[in-house]
Ligand binder design. Structure first.
Ligand SMILES: O=C[C@H](O)[C@H](O)[C@H](O)COP(=O)(O)O
Length: 247
């Protein structure tokens, strides 16, 4: 890790530690994906192993599932009637209204499924993720392979400058989601109207899911250099120190 990444890693760890304070025994927990969520899963695994918390969890990716399994976190599979009490996940960007861009790690579909099956979505993030307006981070789409050329045309018509994501370890091949689908990163620039864009993207056949998470997040923990803030839609930012339970 390069030295410049270290404060960011510490912020992720602080956000994860704060989120863990709000987990109670008996909860069913959704486990997010990505480096921030991995910090949370690691801490959760430690307290589960120590017998301090008794929880069950659903993972939003094979990577998070593997990590949770290694740490001895009891895992559930989706089933009829199953609701989760709390999902804790990272984000690529969040604004003050808790609109999110997610999917930088390719897990947007399962993340949205699990968030929707949860009573409470809590986002944990370092300061770099908090923006005034979404759009600096390219918006990911999960796309059925057969539909790719036409999805690229449709996104280009919307002004999204689409780019097929390539596999990090083998860049001659496209990246694949856990479902075997393709990932397309869309460069729209600033997004003044995320709900309208979400609607337009949903209408493109072959787009399985887009990375805009709107009206799903109940709270976010955003860690800055010396303060940990809790953001909630329609409420003033508050210090995390003011809360002993889910806000
Ligand atoms: O697909 C990945 C997820 O949406 C992640 O939660 C998101 O990319 C943030 O990841 P990280 O915590 O590594 O920045």
């Amino acid at each position: 890790m390069n030295a410049a990444d270290q404060p960011q890693l510490l912020q992720k760890q602080r956000a994860a530690a704060q989120a863990l304070r709000w987990v109670r025994s008996g909860m069913r927990i959704g486990l997010g994906t990505g480096s921030t969520a991995a910090e949370f899963i690691t801490l959760l695994g430690q307290v589960v192993q120590a017998g301090e918390l008794r929880i069950e969890a659903v993972a939003t990716s094979l990577a998070s599932e593997n990590l949770a399994r290694q740490l001895g976190i009891p895992l559930l599979q989706p089933r009829r009637g199953l609701r989760l009490d709390l999902t804790i996940d990272g984000a690529d960007e969040l604004d003050d209204r808790l609109q999110l861009i997610k999917g930088g790690g390719g897990a947007l579909l399962r993340e949205k499924i699990v968030a929707t099956a949860s009573d409470y979505l809590l986002i944990i993030a370092d300061a770099s993720k908090h923006v005034t307006q979404l759009g600096r981070f390219p918006l990911p789409l999960e796309v059925v392979p057969f539909a790719l050329p036409w999805v690229l045309d449709a996104v280009a018509n919307l002004g999204g400058n689409p780019e097929l994501r390539l596999d990090k370890t083998n860049p001659t091949e496209p990246a694949r989601s856990d479902q075997g689908n393709l990932l397309v990163d869309c460069h729209f620039g600033q997004l003044p109207n995320p709900p309208e864009l979400a609607q337009q993207l949903q209408q493109i056949p072959g787009v399985v899911e887009h990375g805009l998470f709107l009206n799903l997040t109940r709270a976010a923990i955003v860690v800055q250099a010396d303060t940990t803030l809790v953001l909630r839609p329609g409420a003033a930012p508050a210090s995390a120190a003011d809360f002993t339970d889910l806000p």
